[in-house]
Ligand binder design. Structure first.
Ligand code: NIG
Ligand code: FE
Length: 396
């Protein structure tokens, strides 16, 4: 069995403080890390490093768990750059452009969609993302939702059925009929390719009754629950997600005290509902950022993700989201790095990624910088020098 040693590490972020690491990131120095069969098998003082078949010299760079991007919409065609330009000139974001992307996605071939998904997945990988959730939601017919998820499943195990993204134009004025389709034939066609079900619970999209109905039948079909909640205004989504035991409620931009209390009240559960913040969306819609400090201070588990999509957040870059979280949301660099790695893993209920200790998947990145601080300190700079995914160095 071939082994790979990563040594000359400047700083190792383990996210395992209990194993003797420093601070919440479990920082360790002077250590090396051994990989075998796609897993981390040993971490210890570099001077005791076992012999290995191959070696990667980290050249004093920081080594971190790969980013876990728990929220992305990669299955689409076309772009909406003109909508972005209009927003930067003062137009608000309403989500109305989703139907534009639905039109181009339905018209695209499988290979076009596959190319886009592959290109964005590789783009994210080059920036350190080793686990990526991918949603459907731009098909909105039985066949187009099923093919979106089939294509997503070719590149990730973390696939999410988002048939309830908006009510498509052909069902305008008949939301109950569309929800019936989502809960019936669409779910049946999508479920074999999906791990999760998601609903855009927002004024103008789906109300709490519709969201509850869709999540309940999705759960009965074996899918885990997640929700787009409280993005564009206050609403019932966050509390509904906590009540139903969703793995994550995402966006959390407009929260009441009751929303924060609900999240904090569930924080001690074995699998608490994570608040996933998506600062790329606030950046790209010129909206106020979510109040991360209020959530963190209340003891809520916070994740960071890109929301990569052609409308509200066309970035695949987790380092960019970390920098935004630190600069604009007053998260400490350590909190932001944790949220982008271990936090994302919690939001996907994964114990095998988002941390580095013997037994977990060898998903990690090596930075061209001595410490995790540089991810926010040097925004916009391509600091990720090498990525290991399942122990395999990725080509650059
Ligand atoms: O998470 N809010 C709903 N869905 C996406 C935006 C989709 C779009 O504008 O195309 C989001 O921001
Ligand atoms: Fe989203």
């Amino acid at each position: 069995m071939s082994s790979l040693l990563v040594d000359n590490i400047g700083e190792l972020v383990t996210n395992v403080p209990a194993a003797g690491g420093e601070g919440p990131l479990g920082l360790r120095r002077g250590v090396a890390l051994l990989v075998e069969a796609g897993r981390v098998v040993w971490i210890g003082p570099a001077r005791y490093a076992p012999a290995a078949d191959r070696r990667i010299d980290a050249e004093g760079g920081a080594v971190l768990p790969g980013f876990v991007d728990s929220h992305a919409h990669l299955v689409f065609a076309g772009d909406r750059a003109a909508e972005f330009a209009a927003r930067m000139a003062g137009e608000p974001y309403t989500g109305g452009g989703i139907r534009t992307t639905v039109g181009s996605t339905r018209a695209a071939s499988d290979d076009d969609l596959r190319d886009t998904v592959g290109r964005l997945r590789e783009e994210a990988m080059r920036q350190g993302t080793t686990t990526m959730e991918i949603k459907s939601g731009y098909g909105l017919t039985v066949a187009d939702e099923a093919r979106s998820l089939r294509i997503a499943a070719e590149v990730t195990a973390e696939t999410t059925f988002l048939g309830a993204h908006v009510v498509p134009a052909e069902y305008a004025g008949r939301p109950d009929d569309y929800v019936g389709l989502v809960c019936g034939p669409m779910l049946t066609a999508a479920a074999p390719y999906a791990r999760w079900v998601d609903v855009f619970c927002e004024r103008g999209a789906f109300d709490a009754d519709h969201a509850r109905a869709i999540l309940t039948v999705g759960q009965a079909a074996g899918l885990g629950l997640r929700l787009h909640a409280n993005q564009l205004g206050p609403g019932p989504g966050v509390r509904l997600g906590v009540e139903l035991g969703a793995a994550s409620v995402d966006h959390c931009t407009h929260l009441s005290d009751a929303d924060v209390d609900a999240l904090a009240g569930a924080a001690d559960a074995d699998d608490p509902t994570v608040a996933t913040l998506l600062p790329g969306a606030e950046f790209s819609t010129r909206s106020p950022y979510p109040d991360a400090r209020r959530l963190l201070d209340a003891g809520v588990t916070v994740a960071l993700a890109t929301d990569c999509n052609p409308g509200s957040s066309y970035t695949s870059s987790m380092p960019f989201c970390v920098a935004l979280a630190v600069r604009e949301m007053r998260m400490t660099p350590a909190e932001a790095v944790w949220a982008a790695t271990a936090g994302g893993a919690r939001a996907l209920r994964r114990a095998d990624v988002g941390l580095l200790r013997p037994g977990v998947r060898a998903d990690l990145m090596i930075l061209d910088a001595p410490s995790h601080l540089h991810l926010a300190y040097r925004p916009g700079v391509p600091l990720v020098r090498q990525v290991l995914h399942n122990g395999v160095p990725q080509c650059r």
